[in-house]
Design a protein around this ligand. Sequence first.
Ligand code: KIV
Length: 249
Amino acid sequence: MITAPHIRARKGKEKLVALTCYTTRMAELLDPQVDILLVGDSVGMVLYGMDSTLDVTLSMMVEHVKAVRRGTKHAFLLADLPFGSYQRSPEQAFTSAAKLLKAGAQGVKLEGGLEMVETVRFLVERGIPVIAHIGLKPQHVQTMGGYKKQGKTESDKKQMLIEARAHELAGAFALLLEGTEEKTAAAITKAVKIPTIGIGASPMCDGQVLVTEDMLGMFDQTPSFVTRHAELAQDITKAVAKFVKATRK
Ligand code: KIV
């Protein structure tokens, strides 16, 4: 089974591959091939039809972690700390992260810049592996005023470099860079000794993560950086039409 130290040690070596996962059967299908299964708070939008990730609760995350655990033997099982479950204090973050680890996660991911560095240190010192998620932070959609690419200007790039180094020093074993300009992702990847895993952050990162359903073509619209490797929505529609026809006949 892949562990946090294994992932950390992949810096500059073979690219890390991560996919989101929320259910047991999907875990069984993805687990043999990928390095990381992420029970992301994107579960709210992908499975529950929510408008954003803000309504996802810790108890939802715990149940999905348990489901994914049942189907995972090889990959590192990473879980998102959902909005409102960690921002108040490092102690609150520890209580929430411990619930996710008891459910079967091997580490947690949290969104934040310098304001979260103390929390990252607090969790790592108490035995919880942490990935810090910087750049486009979907849980900040209200303050950002939408989902906008980050790290565009020189000062934004400098700020993200400061955040990346601070999280590394605090003990994060990897960084997740979302929606980040290529030059900034490249500079961060060069500046830190821990792996960077990108989503919409160019191929310059040490690895990539995608929302599985986007990659499999489950939705009509997908972000521009996603290559659809299947068209499952069309396949399902065709299969249902065949079943309906056969049954009515
Ligand atoms: O919740 C999620 O799926 C994420 C993305 C980075 C993949 O955090």
